[in-house]
Design a binder for this molecule. Structure first.
Ligand code: S3P
Length: 450
């Protein structure tokens, strides 16, 4: 079910070799940030390759509600006429961010230091996710928040009319929290400082520098220290959004487990704060090659070639890599099912508060399809059965989570019996062309219960 629709059951069955090129959509994280920073600049920002998934479209709508002019020109080309830092108008209605934690958290940060109020809501998944991680730091700037118990949405923020700058150490590895504080700091006078113990995706820092903000990133004893000078005039940019490594993960992982496959995924953003999955897959013995490494628009980019890898081995995934592959653990657990031996994933507590509790959702669905899984609060172990030995045959609950839905669609491509999804609708939040793209490669995913 999308945030606006009815459940969309799907069945994924064993397919022949996957072959060809997979042109995955634009990066979700960079797409959200392009629209939000574009809305905070003065003048016209041009964006090409924007992800036109529901999550990002909800952010586009939100930026319009805050007074920016956001125009779609077709074919992934968009422009944003920004209102300047501190220039947001008060929205006339509730801001519905659908399924998107990134959208709502970044926007809450950005508006929290302007003298306006806004009320935020989302779908059942988003309304169950923790928001205190944002309302706590924005309170330090002077913003007030009134939400449901546990700081959950729907939630109203009364922005700080006279914000003060803040020094904040993020209590968990979260680019969303870091980014919300930095966006809040944009409209506070003086220097806002964010310290993170572990590096998380740095698209906000890169983009703020691109828009002309004064931002300094240093390695210090406590970790990473980011210092932003407030109240800059952001200069509009031309942004080319690279293709999303988190979406590339699905055709790449599918190619590794489907016999005879050879898939090229061109133009993938390989920012080191995002690329942990690919290193992990190579450690497991994946036939994965980076071709044509280059830099585009301030982000490293390459073409990825993935081939069927019959001898995958379970490994202990380096927990230091968790933040750089946090969205990829669900599909990694699918590859781990087709590997020989245990894949051990530790230091992944954050997986329990994503669009769903992703450890729980994957463990339930994998077990139903014949894979043994052990789990604890911040760890899980998938007991791989090896190529050709995954039973399948069960229906899984995709719990309003796009990555859970796509991961189980991949599981079914090499399992003995088909895997059914109770609802493939959430896929449209981040990868609206998933079914067509996978079908073009040779996958067999049907919209039915058959
Ligand atoms: C995102 C950060 C990550 C990630 C999410 C996108 C971002 O969340 O899971 O899909 O764009 O900043 P956290 O920062 O909460 O770990």
């Amino acid at each position: 079910m999308s945030s606006h629709g009815t459940p969309l059951p799907m069945t994924s069955r064993k397919c022949g070799p996957l072959k060809g090129q997979a042109h995955v959509p634009g990066d979700k994280s960079i797409s959200h940030r392009s629209l939000i920073l574009g809305a905070m600049a003065v003048g016209e920002t041009r964006i090409t390759g924007l992800l036109e998934g529901e999550d990002v479209l909800d952010t586009a709508k939100a930026m319009r509600a805050f007074g920016a002019e956001v125009i779609e020109h077709g074919g992934g080309e968009w422009s944003v006429h920004g209102v300047g830092v501190g220039g947001f108008a008060e929205p006339e209605n509730v801001i519905d961010c659908g399924n998107s934690g990134t959208g709502v958290r970044l926007i809450m940060g950005a508006m929290s230091t302007t003298g306006i109020s806004a009320t935020f809501t989302g779908d059942a998944s988003l309304n169950s996710r923790p928001m205190a991680r944002i309302t706590d730091p924005i309170a330090l700037f002077g913003a007030q928040s009134y939400g449901r118990s546990g700081g959950r949405l729907p939630l109203t923020i009364v922005g700080a009319a006279e914000p003060v700058p803040v020094e904040y150490t993020t209590p968990m590895p979260s680019a969303q929290v870091k980014s919300a504080v930095l966006l809040a700091g944009l409209n506070a006078p003086g220097q806002t400082v964010v310290i993170e113990k572990e590096a998380t995706r740095d698209h906000t820092e890169r983009m703020l520098a691109g828009f002309g903000a004064e931002i300094v990133v240093e390695d210090v004893a406590e970790g990473h220290k980011i210092t932003l000078t407030g109240q800059p005039e952001l200069k509009p940019q031309t942004i080319v959004v690279p293709r999303d490594p988190s979406s590339a993960a699905f055709p790449v992982c599918a190619a590794l487990i489907v016999e005879g496959s050879d898939v090229l995924v061109p133009n993938i953003g390989l920012n080191p704060t995002r690329a942990g999955l690919f290193t992990t897959l190579q450690e497991m013995g994946a036939d994965l090659v980076f071709e044509n490494m280059r830099e585009e628009g301030g982000e490293p980019v390459a073409d990825l070639r993935a081939k069927f890898s019959p001898d995958l081995k379970g490994i202990e995934v380096d927990p230091a890599r968790a933040a750089s592959m946090i969205d990829e653990y669900p599909v990694l657990s699918v590859v781990a099912s087709y590997a020989q031996g245990d894949t051990v994933m530790r230091g992944v507590k954050e997986l329990r508060v994503k669009e769903s509790d992703r450890i729980d959702a994957m463990a339930k669905g994998l077990r139903a399809n014949g894979i043994e899984v052990e789990e604890g609060d911040d760890w899980w172990i998938v007991k791989g059965r090896g190529h050709g030995k995954v039973a399948g045959g069960a229906e899984v609950d995709t719990v309003l989570d796009h990555r859970i839905a796509m991961s189980f669609a991949i599981l079914g491509m090499a399992s003995e019996k088909p895997v059914r999804l109770n609802d493939g609708g959430p896929i449209a939040t981040s990868f609206p062309i998933f079914e067509r793209l996978m079908a073009d490669l040779g996958a067999q995913i049907e919209r039915s219960n058959s």
